[in-house]
Design a protein around this ligand. Structure first.
Ligand SMILES: [Zn+2]
Length: 254
């Protein structure tokens, strides 16, 4: 694999930056070799360190001639892969500037943000770095091809895609929701509480919010689902006014 950074010269949007990389490798191997890509694009070192309060960092000169990516070494391999993609997204974007001379220091929360208030440049940079990481590590065309090769929604498919792209289950679920043609939503819960919810634009409404207890009738809190197994699809009541019946399926972490 050989990459030319010059090919990225006119790109600022994260989607365009990722596309300019992917165009140079028509037969991109999976999982996407993010460390090789970073090194070819002038990242001289990926330093795995013990960190306090941040998940990833970037040290680079103002001219971005080269850079060093810092990664929280206690994270899973999949999480580290996303972090490297995120920091590479900051490095390659000429409009991304850290708030001080220390360079970028990105928290796990930064790695999840998907929207920013108008004018909030700091958060907008994090959103763009996340878009870049997802576009690079789960290339849209390859991911979509996989989705379309499988009819309908399937929680098992999210788990298989996470293995194929070597990404965390949550990042994969988020990409799955984003690129899925059917209306769908994924709720992440732990210890009976909702952590996060992702839905695509076609999914009308999700009544649960982060911090809410998982509804008592949910298959996620019933004791019918052994850890590591995916439930059958269950019809769920979305209440009066719902245009369509909904179905839900659940996977329980081992
Ligand atoms: Zn960041």
């Amino acid at each position: 694999m050989r990459l030319e950074r010059m090919e990225l010269a006119d790109c600022a949007a994260p989607e365009a930056l990722a596309a300019a990389i992917l165009r140079q490798v028509p037969d991109m191997p999976l999982p996407v070799p993010v460390e090789d890509i970073a090194r070819q694009l002038d990242i001289t070192e990926i330093r795995r360190i013990e960190t306090e309060g941040f998940e990833g960092g970037l040290i680079a000169w103002d001219d971005r001639s080269d850079g060093v990516i810092l990664v929280n070494r206690s994270g899973s391999r999949q999480r580290q892969r996303f972090t490297i993609g995120h920091e590479l997204g900051h490095f390659l974007n000429p409009w991304h500037k850290p708030k001080d001379a220390q360079g970028f220091r990105c928290t796990s929360r930064d790695m999840r943000v998907s929207s920013a208030q108008p004018g909030d440049r700091a958060v907008q940079m994090e959103v763009e770095a996340n878009i870049f990481a997802a576009e690079l590590l789960m290339p849209r065309a390859l991911f979509r091809k996989d989705l379309r090769g499988k009819q309908g929604l399937d929680v098992s498919h999210i788990l298989a895609l996470a293995r194929k792209f070597d990404m965390s289950r949550e990042s994969t679920a988020r990409r799955y929701v984003e690129l899925q043609d059917d209306p769908c939503a994924v709720v992440i819960s732990r210890h009976g509480k909702v952590l996060r919810c992702y839905r695509n634009k076609d999914f009308p409404y999700v009544s649960v919010k982060p911090g809410d207890p998982v509804p008592a009738f949910s298959i996620a809190v019933s004791d019918r689902l052994p850890p590591g197994e995916v439930s059958d699809w269950n019809e769920i009541d979305r209440g009066s006014g719902a245009a369509h019946a909904s179905r839900a399926s659940c996977w329980s972490k081992p």
